[in-house]
Design a protein around this ligand. Structure first.
Ligand code: ADP
Length: 227
């Protein structure tokens, strides 16, 4: 099976003032295409940082990341953005919808900007898929947390990504709504073969995935495959 993500000897630190804080040490792992993968570990262990690096949102100090057959360190910012637009989806814990756009526009406008003529139609189809057709013209402030996260999921999926990165997708949701979002994520994996990379502190959610990477203090302490 093809590797969709391959991380080698990754190191990352943050600098604030004169202080340098190393948050990831010698990270090595790979993910096969179409699998589901969880990153777990205590708060502050580097999960979100690792997710952002793998999705090309930030750059490591050293090491390499191959994503969808491209080495991220060798891409220009523009090439990196094209790869993200075409093959990568991302959902954040705090949804990050644009407050001045309706639910439908949050999905359709990014597609339109990429020149997609069918943007509104695709947006409507995706809203139907996540059960929110009746909320198309609502603004994020008029939606519950669970509804906002489902809009974010529909948006993340609008470019039919090969790989979807999700940072605590259920973190701000009650358990029932969280379960709805989780089943949508796994449905996307089953139906479209989208690889899922999920950062979570929810071990029940992690157990549903096929591989679990456990971080502690910026290092991998466990890499368990169940397939
Ligand atoms: P986790 O997702 O496991 O909670 P993070 O990756 O968010 O961990 O953070 C790892 C460490 O890096 C923490 O100590 C955090 O305070 C620090 N950190 C995260 N982002 C930044 C940043 N932009 N600048 C400085 N330090 C950061």
């Amino acid at each position: 099976m093809a590797k969709i993500l391959n991380v080698r000897n990754l190191e990352k630190s943050y600098t604030s003032g004169t202080k340098k804080l190393q948050v990831l040490y010698d990270i090595n792992f790979e993910v096969e295409a179409q699998k589901t993968f969880a990153i777990v570990g205590p708060s502050g262990s580097g999960k979100t940082t690792l997710l952002g690096l793998c999705a090309g949102l930030d750059r490591p100090d050293s090491g390499s990341i191959h994503l969808c057959n491209e080495e991220l360190g060798k891409l220009s910012e523009d090439e990196n953005a094209v790869l993200r637009n075409q093959k990568v989806g991302f959902i954040f814990q705090n949804f990050q919808l644009l407050p001045s756009l309706t639910a439908l526009e949050n999905i359709a406008v990014p597609l339109e900007l990429q020149g997609d003529k069918g943007a509104t139609r695709i947006g409507k189809e995706l809203l139907e898929k996540v059960g929110l057709s009746n909320r198309a013209h609502h603004y994020p402030s008029q939606l519950s947390g669970g509804e906002q996260q489902r809009v974010a999921l529909a948006r993340a999926f609008s470019n039919r990504p090969s790989i979807l990165f999700a940072d605590e997708p259920t973190g701000n949701l009650d358990s029932e709504t969280g379960e709805k979002v989780v089943s949508l994520l796994f449905e996307l994996n089953k139906e479209a073969g989208t690889t899922l990379i999920i950062v979570t502190h929810d071990l029940e959610l992690a157990k549903k995935t096929q591989q679990i990477l456990r971080l502690k203090g910026g290092r991998i302490v466990e890499n368990e495959k169940t397939w």
